[in-house]
Design a protein around this ligand. Structure first.
Ligand code: OGA
Ligand code: MN
Length: 301
């Protein structure tokens, strides 16, 4: 029987007793989903997965999305994209090198943002002392919403915000992260409008859906007020004591919830320290905003 052990931090858990290389039973799927919705990020350690096995496991959670950067897909397996700092013989990146160097939620700039992401660690960089590098940090956006003062809950419920990939790129540029990306399409520049407080499509929890990376503008507010509120809410989500820091091991299959959390990649390594991962992404639905009365009646959940 599989077991779920919380990380001891504000979120995160380890699931033991599931082998992701063999078909996942309905009971196994229910256990993983329950743990994921509770802890927002879960790890299955010591997995040995070929691409077809990772795809089969991940597809149990929903339909898998193909990443737009076709050159980074795993050859022959378009459901997987490489997240890596490794270069090919021509010196070109074989995967996304700069994925997630700002706090974000995957696909916030899409009409239907990614629901879950699943990253499988094949090679992990290590420092001279043997400690693994390139951690991924997580926060719980339902806890972030739940711990807001009541007046703030009331103020933001019903608000919507513009999120765009252009903002993500601009923020990365400001932070001098590598920008080896193709030009944006008109639609990508325009961005999408999402509720500031989202209802989780499965757990029903209310989640703050504002990030430093993607949120450009809260609609209906003056630019200055909008900027101040985005910064306040985004910073509230990622307070130090709200974080779980995932220290990777080869063989980790990490699954996270993009409605219930945000994450950040730590870029504290460089070649010849190699990092290679395969990511599958489960498609989501159009975000639903919290009902107006929620903030008036619900105290910190
Ligand atoms: C991602 C991402 C974090 C990491 O793949 O969406 O944010 O540590 N990755 O690679
Ligand atoms: Mn990400």
């Amino acid at each position: 029987m599989a077991t779920v052990t919380p990380s001891g931090a504000a979120l995160g858990a380890e699931i033991r007793g599931i082998d992701a290389s063999v078909p996942l039973s309905d009971a196994g799927l229910a256990l993983v989903l329950q743990a994921l919705h509770t802890h927002k990020v879960v790890v299955l350690r010591d997995q040995l997965l070929q691409p077809v096995q990772q795809i089969a496991f991940c597809a149990r959670f929903g339909s898998l999305e193909e990443h737009v950067l076709a050159q980074f897909l795993v050859p022959g397996h378009r459901e997987l994209v490489r997240v890596s700092n490794v270069l090919d013989e021509a010196g070109k990146p074989i995967g996304l090198v700069d994925a997630g160097r700002l706090w974000h939620s995957d696909g916030a700039f899409l009409d239907k943002p990614n629901l879950y992401s699943m990253l499988y660690a094949i090679e992990i960089p290590h420092g001279a002392d043997g400690r693994s590098l390139g951690e991924t940090w997580f926060v719980d956006t339902a806890k972030a919403y739940g711990s807001l003062p009541r007046a703030m809950k009331q103020r933001i419920t019903g608000l919507t915000a513009l999120n765009s990939l252009e903002a993500v790129y601009a923020a990365m540029h400001k932070d001098k992260a590598a920008l080896n990306r193709p030009p944006l399409t008109e639609a990508q520049r325009r961005g999408v409008v999402h509720p500031v407080v989202r209802v989780h499509p499965h757990s029903g929890q209310l989640c703050l859906y504002v990030s430093r990376a993607a949120t450009v503008r809260i609609l209906g507010l003056a630019e200055e007020d909008s900027r101040a509120l985005i910064d306040e809410l985004a910073d509230w989500c990622v307070r130090d004591e709200m974080q779980y820091h995932h220290r990777w091991r080869e063989g980790d299959l990490l699954i996270w919830d993009n409605c219930g959390g945000q994450h950040l990649a730590i870029g504290d390594y460089a070649l010849p320290q190699r990092r290679l991962m395969h990511r599958a992404t489960v498609a989501g639905i159009e975000p639903v905003g919290a009902p107006a009365h929620e903030s008036a009646t619900a105290d910190a959940a």
